[in-house]
Design a protein around this ligand. Structure first.
Ligand SMILES: [Zn+2]
Length: 180
């Protein structure tokens, strides 16, 4: 009998019987998952993703490349979108564990992207409101910071940013998400 389990993206994955300890790929988000050897307290099969996935939404390709490299060195799987509309689609389809979001973006601005991610009534991906969002912006006015919080951003970092500050903020938010 095949084993069924739920991926972190919410999709059901089917693996052949006896797959404990083996790897499987989620057909929806394409994550590589290792099927846990032990079942959970309710006897369900569980799986652990190989790496946590971070989406960078940033129209400045040079900056996106810098952030990508920084996060890849830290062991994250990194996806990049260069405009707001593609960024949202990637949130829905790839279910990243965290989003680093610029504000001034082509097509849909960062505030609107954040508002849509954080909307619990969003039917495009019913789990995406739990995704931590870090706004990374050159805009530093109090009003922007307040508006960022109002649309649900979990953190607001100003450009130019310190790499340690970004990686610490990511670490804290992923830890918090894992506990919730
Ligand atoms: Zn998945």
């Amino acid at each position: 009998m095949p084993m069924n389990f739920m991926c972190v993206c919410g999709a059901q994955v089917v693996a052949p019987d006896g797959s404990e300890g083996k790897k499987a790929r989620c057909p929806a988000c394409k994550r590589v998952l290792t099927i846990d050897k032990e079942r959970d307290s309710k006897g369900r099969v569980t799986a652990t993703p190989e790496r946590q996935r971070i989406l960078i939404v940033e129209d400045d390709a040079d900056l996106a490349a810098i952030v990508r490299e920084l996060l890849e060195v830290e062991g994250y799987e990194v996806l990049v979108a260069y405009d707001g509309s593609t960024g949202l689609d990637m949130v829905y389809e790839k279910a990243p564990d965290l989003v680093v979001l610029d504000l001034m973006l082509p097509q849909i601005n960062g505030f609107e992207v954040c508002r849509k991610i954080k909307d619990p009534a969003n039917v495009a991906n019913k789990n995406c409101w739990r995704t931590p969002v870090i706004i990374l912006s050159a805009r530093s006015k109090d009003r922007d910071v307040r508006y960022g919080k109002a649309v649900g951003a979990d953190a607001y970092l100003q450009k130019p940013f310190k790499t340690t500050e970004l990686s610490e903020t990511i670490g804290k938010l992923l830890e918090k998400k894992a506990v919730e």
